[in-house]
Design a protein around this ligand. Structure first.
Ligand SMILES: Cc1cc2nc3c(=O)[nH]c(=O)nc-3n(C[C@H](O)[C@H](O)[C@H](O)COP(=O)(O)O)c2cc1C
Ligand SMILES: CCCCC(=O)C(=O)O
Length: 374
């Protein structure tokens, strides 16, 4: 009897991908990827908060030839989405970040490289650029070993990265019961080349201890002028949730902020990023780029985030699920699903270009009463 094709299952949505990928991963890896901090409140709300909003279509608009592109780092990307820097992608697929980079390049979007990547920034940028135009950004933690931090920055700059994403929400790791219960450690053979950590070194410590031994909890806004003094790359702050911090990022001359709660993996019971976004976008008044990540799983999530003031969205876990499902092809499938979904959402709401997306297309669901216009 013939064996059925391995990918016979129809993957039509990111939840299909999550379900299917989660079945293939060892339990401790699945928990590490999918879970967040403490009570998982923010992980859940990051996605569910999008449901407060309803789309208000304008009808009888010509939506032939719509344009989903936006401009970022002096280039156009295919639609307002890119892949967040998320560490240890080789647990999902041996090609890890190389596969992600190739899939992003093929789909015309950008990619963040985690400091905890399992391939070097040189290999990751090269893998993508061989396929097509792509920009990378290098995610950075404030480290105890400043020389090592400078080496990462120099390597990222030489590899062509356009920006540093300074992760600001992680002076220490969040309270992650899953990692502690499972004694989570990356499997043997997995290293962190950017952090200059071999597999042997990594396996001497818990993930939490390993993180604390590299990362400094005495970070401050003084990181920004220090980074400016040593690199020409743009400087973005990843992990902002308040208008006050948007204002400070502007004062410090940052190029952009990512409204992010680290996918609910750091401080639990922070607001969903889509709820934090409107006040942050209002405070920015166009003086700094505002991007968002956390819980984005559909094209209408992207649409809603843009309507509420974000220029671009980023996704973390959907990329990991794509990798676990089918490596590079799985990440490409994930991006294809979101792109097509976003395009249909634009067409069905009557928006012909991304600049037409605004709060005019959104309503807010009220518990008692009619839909409120924003
Ligand atoms: C397994 C995993 C590892 C991550 N590693 C990093 C990291 O090394 N640095 C960082 O700034 N953010 C990291 N993140 C957070 C992502 O960059 C991003 O903020 C988050 O995944 C977005 O939420 P989403 O997964 O719901 O899309 C990680 C997220 C996950 C799920
Ligand atoms: C492998 C990533 C290291 C820490 C981190 O940012 C996270 O787990 O969310």
């Amino acid at each position: 009897m013939e064996t059925p094709p391995p990918l016979a299952e129809k993957i039509l949505s990111i939840s299909d991908l999550e379900r299917s990928a989660s079945k293939t991963l060892p339990a401790a890896t699945k928990d590490f990827y999918n879970s967040g901090a403490t009570g998982q409140v923010t992980v859940r709300e990051n996605s569910s908060a999008f449901q407060k909003y309803r789309l208000l279509p304008r009808v009888l608009k010509d939506v032939s030839g719509i344009n989903t592109k936006i401009s970022l780092f002096d280039r156009e990307i295919e639609f307002p989405l890119s892949v967040s820097p998320a560490g240890i992608q080789a647990m999902a697929h041996p090609q890890g970040e190389l596969a992600t980079s190739r899939a992003c390049a093929r789909m015309g979007v950008n990619m963040g490289v985690s400091s905890f990547a399992n391939h070097s920034v040189e290999q990751i940028t090269a893998a993508g650029t061989e396929v097509g135009p792509i920009d990378h950004v290098m995610q950075l933690y404030t480290m105890t070993d400043r020389d090592k931090q400078v080496r990462i920055i120099r390597r990222a700059e030489a590899a062509g990265c356009k920006a540093i994403f300074l992760t600001a929400d992680s002076p220490v790791l969040g309270v992650r019961y899953n990692e502690w219960r499972n004694g989570f450690q990356p499997p043997d053979g997995i290293s962190y080349p950017m952090l200059e950590r071999s597999s042997e070194d990594i396996r001497k410590q818990s993930h939490d201890d390993g993180f604390s031994s590299l990362n400094s909890d005495s970070h401050s806004w003084a990181e920004v002028p220090w980074l400016r003094s040593i690199t020409k790359m743009q400087i973005w702050i990843k992990g902002v949730l308040t208008p006050e911090d948007v204002e400070t990022a502007i004062e410090y001359g940052c190029d952009g902020v990512i409204i992010s709660n680290h996918g609910g993996r750091q401080l639990d019971e922070t607001p969903a990023t889509i709820d934090a976004l409107p006040a942050c976008a209002k405070a920015a008044r166009g003086r700094i780029r505002i991007h968002i990540d956390g819980g984005i799983r559909t094209g209408s999530d992207i649409f809603k985030a843009l309507a509420l003031g974000a220029e671009c969205c980023w996704v973390g876990r959907p990329m990991l699920w794509g990798l676990a499902y089918d490596g590079e092809a799985g990440v490409q499938l994930m991006l294809e699903i979101l792109k097509q979904d976003f395009k249909r959402c634009m067409q069905l709401t009557g928006c012909k270009s991304v600049s037409e997306i605004s709060t005019a297309s959104l309503g807010l669901v009220c518990t008692n009463g009619p839909l409120a216009r924003l």
